[in-house]
Design a binder for this molecule. Structure first.
Ligand SMILES: NC(=O)c1ccc[n+]([C@@H]2O[C@H](COP(=O)([O-])OP(=O)(O)OC[C@H]3O[C@@H](n4cnc5c(N)ncnc54)[C@H](O)[C@@H]3O)[C@@H](O)[C@H]2O)c1
Length: 440
């Protein structure tokens, strides 16, 4: 099948690569010349495990190509995936300017039947706006060309994106056009050979499903984070509580870890956008407002622990930071808790030496040349001479440190763990003062 993917970010590039892997003829379009130049040279602009291999294989097989040329992109695919960003607008709503620009481009250049698929996360009603944008362009051209607009939200997780796309838990398709449904089923059939995973529904339900999923996951995290803070007050251990409730199949073990707050390119903005949609419709989501407020507070918990231990004024103190990405296996630092932690430590006069296995170049872009912030080549280099180690992202390579070596390297033997990485007795056996979230 001929497929065009508009936008080659985390979602577009992974979707394009995986669709090509299944034998489709995929053309990926972006407005960013730097990205297209890199991709055309066989380089990958983002860190995503396994992605490079899939892209290179399919480029070599000529099933995957890249372009800046809008007309060529529209001409290529019967299916046109819109996978551009939908960042939060000032009022919290999703900014649809990129989605609608992509839709207008399709309307401006299409000459035959197209299925235009909203893969970006977009608020309920966006498919109607996309349909209208295309219709307006066709009208301006004075032509009538048939097309359908479909909602097909993406559920991949950064860090496991290729695996998620290749083996999806579910494929949500919101469509009301028979031909479009037929094509979407055909496109996704190679991804569900084991059993049917495609859930067909109306467009608005599909659009809301994506927000409902992310809002539910964010709710679980914020709930556990608030409970962890209570556990500290009452002398309970949140890790034991997690195991105790997770064993109930109605609750389950997933997404019940307390920590330094959620971040990333999806949860914060999608929670905001759903809150906005709800209030626009006069149906405020009280639970979700609390989820957001709890998370904003949670991102500051690590610094509160630092202040409780070292005092308000941190000048003259040096902190090692393990982890900058918002979660392991990605270089994405959008809304990452590390950003709040670094800003707060520097504002209190401390210096910070950070290390992340994948996000160092992204950190340089995000923080620039911030006085007081330095980077180390490895985790132990970051710790050398520091007054405390702060763990912000739970990368695998931080799971089994040599605690004796840590103790020897630190100027003061303090570890503040924002991800509850270790059984407390392990670092303590090496003489480290170990603080974590919600545990004794
Ligand atoms: N990142 C994730 O884990 C994830 C998961 C599920 C859904 N989503 C959703 O998918 C969408 C894309 O997210 P992302 O993380 O891939 O974003 P991203 O910022 O990494 O990539 C978006 C890309 O779109 C390009 N673009 C912007 N306008 C364009 C246009 N008119 N034509 C062509 N390209 C254009 C940008 O240059 C950029 O390369 C968002 O709505 C997001 O909420 C993201």
């Amino acid at each position: 099948m001929k497929v065009t993917v508009i936008g080659t970010g985390y979602v577009g590039l992974v979707s394009g690569a995986c669709l090509a892997e299944m034998g489709n003829d995929v053309l990926c379009m972006d407005v960013d010349p730097r990205k297209i130049e890199l991709l055309s040279k066989g380089e990958i602009p983002i860190y995503e495990p396994g992605l490079k291999e899939v892209v290179r294989r399919n480029v070599a097989a000529k099933r995957m190509k890249f372009t800046l040329d809008v007309e060529r992109a529209v001409d290529h695919g019967t299916i046109q995936f819109i996978a551009v960003g939908t960042p939060p607008d000032e009022d919290g709503s999703a900014d649809l300017q990129y989605v609608l620009a992509a839709a207008r481009n399709v309307g401006r250049h299409m000459t035959d039947y197209k299925v235009v698929v909203d893969k970006s996360t977009v608020p309920v009603g966006t498919a109607d706006l996309v349909r209208e944008a295309i219709a307006a362009e066709l009208k301006a051209r004075g032509v009538e060309v048939p097309y359908a607009v479909v909602s097909n939200p993406e559920f991949l997780k950064e860090g496991a994106a290729v695996e998620d796309f290749m083996r999806p838990d579910r494929i949500i398709v919101g469509a009301d056009d028979e031909q479009a449904v037929f094509l979407m089923k055909a496109l996704y059939s190679p991804f569900q050979r084991n059993h049917e995973r495609l859930v067909l529904m109306d467009v608005r339900s599909a659009e809301l499903t994506k927000y409902a999923a992310n809002a539910m996951l964010a709710t679980r995290i914020s709930f556990m984070n608030e409970l962890a803070l209570l556990a500290e007050k009452v002398g309970a251990d949140i890790e034991l509580v997690r195991q105790g409730i997770g064993s109930d199949p109605r609750i389950g073990y997933h997404f019940l870890y307390s920590g330094a707050g959620y971040g990333g390119s999806c949860f914060p903005k999608d929670v905001k956008a759903l809150i906005r949609t709800a209030s626009d419709h006069g149906r405020p989501l009280h639970v979700l407002r609390a989820v957001e407020a709890a998370n904003d507070a949670q991102k500051r918990v690590l610094v509160e622990k630092v202040v409780a231990r070292f005092g308000e004024d941190l000048s003259g103190l040096r902190f090692a930071l393990w982890g900058l990405a918002f979660k392991p296996n990605t270089d994405d630092m959008r809304e990452a808790p590390s950003r709040v932690v670094v800003d707060a430590l520097l504002a209190r006069g401390a210096t910070v030496c950070a290390y992340d296995p994948a996000a160092m170049h992204e950190a340089l872009r995000v923080f620039g040349d911030r006085p007081g912030l330095g980077y180390a080549d490895g985790p132990m280099e970051a710790v050398e001479g520091a007054d405390a180690l702060l763990i912000v992202t739970e990368w695998k390579e931080f799971r089994s440190p040599d605690f004796d070596a840590l103790k020897a390297a630190l100027r003061q033997p303090v570890v503040i763990d924002g991800r509850n990485m270790y059984p407390p007795e392990l670092p303590r056996a090496s003489g480290l003062e170990y603080l974590s979230i919600g545990r004794r």
